[in-house]
Design a protein around this ligand. Structure first.
Ligand SMILES: Cc1cc2nc3c(=O)[nH]c(=O)nc-3n(C[C@H](O)[C@H](O)[C@H](O)COP(=O)(O)OP(=O)(O)OC[C@H]3O[C@@H](n4cnc5c(N)ncnc54)[C@H](O)[C@@H]3O)c2cc1C
Length: 495
């Protein structure tokens, strides 16, 4: 039992997140060599939102499950970072918005409340060394004040993207009539031909890095259109605006007490079915069953759900080997590159200057920021994304070097006060063993049309989940929950 970690419940961070619980690894007593074995209906790999949702639904249907999680915490790409002032901030998935009904319903069922992302006052455009505040409630939403020709061009490009996205069936994007044509080019190639005014191209470059944490040259145009199509639901076609906006968009709401409360509470309800610090190494078929071997625990299961990002799923050994199409798919869906930097201040001082904390910038390591202060604004928090090329450049930098670069940007945008936070936290996903990038796996040209069908196709009794397998809101917390719900139904149909 020594190496099997169990869930423990303890209060988190006192008053700031009253009522919250956290799950930590506690070392049980016993001999180190005595590995545990469990026999269950379904072994689930990964205690992110997808794996935990699948477990909840399978348990509700009367099945026995075990969820094997590599880290010493649940939540995966959703993590709460403890602040020295007793507060908590998000290092990963944070915002939700309209049409993301599944994550909202899950949070509601667990009693995790939402609040509106701070959006009063002006956004700030920092371009060509100049700061220009602009309103978030214009006729077209929050439109950065670029030149008139650029704005006209950008409006046409945005409408075209939304129109083309309507031609994508979200469950099988590779079957779109023009899938081959669109999957033969990068988003960069398409933008160069369509966003011909430099200021318009700038807006789509920033939108691209903000949405994907990838450069336009890294993405298949078909993948981008699919992602836009997926930003909706069966009655509301996806739009680019829903991806980029705060009000009425994917950044509209946050969770009181931090987003990790959702997976934490979900896992707490599953009790000791969730095993932490148990990275799965092999999944082997033996007779009619599967033997799933993780550090410290072996699970015999009738079915297996793998709920980890595709490149991480590829690091597990499968016996017998997976079909070539499935393995080659996972060789071709790398994680994008992202980090989050959050600076904490005594107050959200930028609000008094009429700013909402949201920046769009053409320079620096941070080109997009948000006001991440708690709902009662008892302290100020500025959150910035470190994205794509900027993230990769800093992968090997020390924390002090990243901090200095980030605070230089914050001071440029919000004034000298921003250079001296009371504390500073950093989450660098490229360097995280069990994620290795984020927010999502991305597809270059040729991947979806050649390998797309292998994304969800079960291999024998092994089923695939995770946000990357979702039809709507792929890449988001909502997509992760949807994938968990879908895979549970899929498994129940064959158990
Ligand atoms: C910086 C950042 C910002 C984001 N912002 C937002 C946002 O604002 N809104 C939003 O909706 N989404 C956002 N996302 C995306 C969102 O967090 C993810 O889409 C979602 O959390 C994915 O959940 P998942 O369960 O599919 O995968 P994951 O959360 O990645 O869960 C997979 C789990 O599997 C574990 N694992 C990996 N390998 C193994 C193994 N071999 N054995 C056992 N366990 C293993 C991992 O440790 C992890 O816990 C963001 C992500 C990042 C990184």
């Amino acid at each position: 039992m020594a190496r099997e970690r169990q869930l423990s419940r303890r209060s988190l961070l006192g008053g700031a997140a009253a009522g919250a619980v956290t799950l930590t690894a506690t070392t049980a007593t016993g001999t180190a060599s005595a590995a545990t074995t469990r026999d269950v209906d379904v072994a689930i790999v990964g205690a992110g939102l997808a794996g935990l949702t699948a477990a909840r639904d399978l348990v509700a249907a009367g099945k026995s499950v075990v969820v094997l999680e590599a880290r010493d915490r649940v939540g995966g790409r959703v993590v709460g970072l403890n602040l020295t002032n007793g507060g908590i901030t998000e290092g990963g998935g944070e915002f939700i918005g309209p049409t993301q009904q599944r994550i909202k319903a899950l949070a509601d069922s667990l009693g995790v409340e939402t609040f509106t992302t701070y959006n009063a006052g002006n956004n700030l455009l920092y371009k060509d060394g100049k700061k220009t505040p602009y309103a978030t409630d214009g006729i077209l939403g929050a439109v950065p004040p670029i030149d008139a020709a650029g704005l006209a061009n950008a409006a046409i490009v945005q409408a075209t993207l939304d129109d083309l996205a309507k031609q994508i069936p979200v469950d099988v994007p590779w079957t779109a009539a023009k899938a081959d044509e669109w999957d033969r080019q990068t988003f960069e190639t398409w933008l160069r031909a369509n966003a011909v005014i430099p200021s318009a191209k700038f807006l789509f470059d920033v939108a691209c890095t903000s949405i994907f944490s990838a450069e336009p040259r890294e993405l298949s145009f078909l993948f981008v259109l699919f992602y836009i199509a997926a930003a909706g639901d069966a009655s509301n076609p996806g739009t680019l605006e829903r991806l980029t906006e705060t009000a009425n968009g994917a950044q509209e709401l946050r969770f009181v007490g931090g987003s990790q409360l959702v997976p934490i509470k979900l896992a707490a309800a599953l009790g000791d079915r969730v095993v932490l610090s148990a990275p799965v190494r092999t999944i082997a078929k033996s007779g009619g069953k599967y033997v799933v071997t993780a550090d410290g625990i072996t699970v015999n299961a009738k079915k297996v759900v793998v709920a980890v990002p595709p490149p991480l799923a590829a690091r597990i050994s499968y016996d017998p080997l997976l079909p070539a199409a499935r393995d080659q798919l996972t060789q071709r869906l790398p994680m994008a590159s992202v980090g989050k930097a959050i600076a904490i201040y005594d107050t959200p001082f930028w609000r008094a200057d009429g700013l909402n904390g949201q920046v769009v910038s053409d320079t620096g390591v941070i080109s997009s920021t948000f006001d991440n202060s708690p709902p009662d604004a008892s302290y100020g928090a500025l959150m910035g994304f470190i994205e794509a090329d900027e993230a990769r450049k800093l992968d090997a930098a020390s924390e002090a070097e990243v901090r200095a670069a980030v605070l230089k940007d914050y001071a440029t945008y919000f004034g000298e006060k921003a250079a001296s936070p009371s504390s500073f936290v950093l989450q660098r996903w490229n360097n995280e063993a069990y994620t290795r990038g984020g927010p999502v796996s991305i597809a270059a040209p040729g991947v979806l049309t050649q390998y797309g069908p292998a994304l969800r196709e079960p291999v024998g009794g092994i089923h695939w989940a995770g946000t990357e397998t979702s039809t709507y809101w792929m890449g988001f917390m909502d997509g992760a929950v949807r994938s968990g719900e879908r895979v549970a139904k899929e498994v129940l149909a064959v158990l």
